[in-house]
Design a protein around this ligand. Structure first.
Ligand code: GLU
Length: 418
């Protein structure tokens, strides 16, 4: 579809799939089916600015696979969004939903806009126009959106409203990650981060170690990184370094995360926090820590940065933070990588709980959500870890093999129509 060479995230996603297909010994036809998105919608999103000028953005919704159920995946607002990135993220969602055994396929949406440069009313108009353009392919039984980078629960409220108004009645299950008064689930905001901490604990225990007292460095202090820092600290780990797009901090004795959160709320950045030394992002990636959590953009661990990593574990809070080359380098250096499709699946797990609650018109308690999330994350980690041990695979390959196999089995059992 795109004339330019495929971008890095899509190249990565295809090569991860090719690796799994090789292990599973699937034929070319099945490989091609798994590699090809089922449906891609490409829309123009015109915006009337507050000063009446018109600006045009490109929007996408890719449904990579729907063999196991409706498409599921976030909506991203970022200036670098293109169809290849959305394809890659949609494919990751397919494997992610299968690894944690949700009755979903994988999808993703994106608009090539830098949300920080637009007013709230402008973002509302962009969201509503985008929703209208992709309306025919979404819905509670077709494809369910959620927040991702650059979008939040307010964005989901606008999607819900636009979809519901056009259908003539309120349809809460069309999105997840919506505000709690509109049927959002308790625990959804922190779910991805909570899942990151669950799998980190499981990975440490697997290695005969424990989370209590482990040192953790977190790259990215957004929705995933900031909550992860808080939960790690509450669970007794030592958060020694964090960073955001403006800079980073290091305190080997451990940062006071609650104090840091107040600093970020006041200043908009981790930079300038008094109880730590300033460091840059590349130094953070190279710190000697037990656990490194990349929780920002994709591709931060590449052939250059991977050589410098001195963490024992990399737990991928972000989607696609490690390139294929970096994966090989980290494996050679004995660094255990807990892959994105397992490590950050807590978000979509609680999205599923939210959707299930909407379909039942019933609300679960916060405790129910947390214990069901913990069960799902621990049993998915156990599946992946057993497969890795039995078939001598990395955790990434084991997770991909489980996800790809479940999707292929659903596809084959349904049979090909006509
Ligand atoms: N955007 C999140 C992810 O990448 C959540 C997706 C969802 O909840 O549907 O996993």
């Amino acid at each position: 579809m795109s004339a330019s060479p495929a971008s890095q995230p899509w190249v990565n996603a295809l090569s991860q799939l090719a690796g799994a297909v090789k292990i599973l010994d699937y034929d070319d036809g099945l490989h091609e089916m798994l590699a090809t998105p089922r449906r891609e919608v490409n829309v123009a999103v015109p915006l009337r600015r507050d000063d009446d000028r018109i600006e045009l953005f490109h929007g996408y919704r890719v449904q990579h696979n729907v063999s196991r159920g409706p498409g599921k995946g976030g909506l991203r607002f970022h200036q670098a969004v293109d169809v290849d990135e959305v394809r890659a993220l949609a494919m990751l969602m397919t494997w992610k939903c299968a690894v944690v055994d949700l009755p979903y396929g994988g999808a993703k949406g994106g608009v090539g806009i830098d949300p920080s440069r637009y007013s709230l009313p402008e973002l509302e108009r962009v969201t509503r126009r985008y929703t209208t353009e992709i309306m025919p392919v979404i819905g509670p039984e077709r494809d369910i959106m959620a927040p991702d980078m650059g979008t939040d629960e307010q964005t989901m409220a606008w999607v819900l409203d636009t979809y519901s108004v056009s259908h003539g009645y309120t349809i809460p299950a069309v999105v997840t990650g919506k505000p709690i008064p509109l049927g959002g689930s308790l625990g959804r905001t922190t779910a991805t981060s909570r899942g990151v901490v669950h799998v980190t604990r499981a990975a440490l225990v697997r290695a005969g170690d424990r989370l209590e007292g482990a040192s953790v460095a977190i790259q990215g202090f957004g929705k995933v990184g900031a909550h992860a820092a808080q939960i790690f600290a509450t669970e007794g780990a030592r958060v020694v370094a964090v960073s955001d797009q403006f800079g980073g901090l290091h305190n080997p004795a451990g940062l006071d995360v609650d104090h840091l959160m107040r600093h970020v709320a006041q200043t908009g950045s981790v930079v300038g926090f008094p109880e730590a030394d300033p460091i840059d992002n590349s130094t953070l990636l190279a710190l000697e820590v037990d656990v490194l959590v990349p929780a920002a953009v994709d591709g931060v661990l590449d052939a250059d940065t991977a050589h410098a990593v001195r963490a024992r574990f990399v737990v991928e809070g972000a989607n696609g933070p490690t390139t294929g080359e970096a994966d090989v380098i980290l494996a050679e250096r004995g660094v255990v990588v807990v892959p994105d499709i397992l490590a950050n699946a807590g978000g979509v797990v609680v999205s599923y709980f939210e959707w299930a609650q909407a379909n039942q018109a019933y609300r679960w308690t916060g405790d129910e959500i947390e214990s069901r999330l913990a069960d799902r994350m621990h049993s998915a980690f156990a599946d992946v870890s057993e497969t890795a041990a039995r078939e001598s695979l990395s955790l990434r390959d084991a997770a991909l093999v489980i996800g790809v196999r479940r999707v292929a089995e659903a596809h084959q059992t349904r049979g090909l129509y006509p």
